[in-house]
Design a binder for this molecule. Structure first.
Ligand SMILES: [Zn+2]
Length: 238
């Protein structure tokens, strides 16, 4: 199987929270989409890796993802090591995605910024012929960065108004994280579902508003964008 888009992130639910709506939108357009979680999220305070794997599979179905896998890197130890780079480069060669989405390069959680470096370098390495990897050398055409906070200027925003409700369901599929049992309810780290919900809503509205839509997801890219038709440009100026 080959993929048009592969989203790579550190923990199960990261992709849903940053670019789940965009992945769904692309799947609805007929593209083959995939998610590769680098870790099983076993350092999370709530839920076992087994429950999280089940939840991740359910969320993938909701987002109409063609393939979801896990690279098995230890949670909270996502390093851009040679071993990890080769593992990820092997997957890139296998699925040959034209577009790869990786986390934004600045983050509070080390796993997130390491996942960003690891993702970029694995895409590069996948194209080198001499590496000890199976399959034909391959390098993705486009690398996009996804982020879930406000502190950066996106390169562009995807209108996910029509996908927002489904994206929300995919995030809520992670019941162990956001719908804790009585026993874990009292823990300080517990992120209440209504709090998460309103935070997600606020952020997606914030980015949506920037392009005159209700909900949006921000992306960055390091190269400039080319334009063919300056008459057909979207987003109103005044
Ligand atoms: Zn994460």
């Amino acid at each position: 199987m080959t993929l048009d888009i592969l989203a790579v992130a550190a923990h199960p639910d990261d992709v849903e929270l940053t670019c789940g709506g965009s992945l769904l939108k692309m799947a609805e357009k007929g593209y083959q989409t995939g998610i590769l979680d680098l870790t099983a999220g076993e350092m999370g305070t709530r839920g076992t890796p087994e429950t999280r794997a089940k939840e991740a599979a359910e969320a993938a179905t909701i987002l109409k993802v063609s393939w979801r896998g896990n690279l098995g890197i230890p949670d909270s130890d996502v390093q851009p090591s040679r071993e990890n780079k080769l593992k990820l480069a092997q997957k890139i060669r296998e699925f040959r995605p034209r577009t790869v989405i990786i986390p934004y390069w600045e983050a509070r959680h080390p796993d997130h910024y390491h996942a960003s470096a690891l993702g970029y370098e694995a895409c590069f390495l996948a194209g080198l012929k001499q590496l000890p990897l199976d399959g034909e050398p391959y390098r993705p055409f486009k690398i996009l960065y996804a982020a879930s906070f406000e502190g950066m200027q996106p390169t562009f925003i995807v209108d996910v108004t029509e996908q927002y409700e489904t994206r929300r369901r995919a995030i809520l599929a992670y019941g162990s994280q956001f719908r804790p049992t009585k026993a874990t309810e009292k823990q300080k780290v517990y992120l209440a579902i209504d709090e998460l919900d309103s935070k997600m809503d606020l952020l997606a509205r914030h980015f949506g508003q920037m392009i005159g839509a209700k909900y949006g997801e921000p992306f960055l890219q390091k190269e400039l964008m080319a334009v063919e038709d300056i008459v057909a440009l979207p987003v109103r100026s005044i």
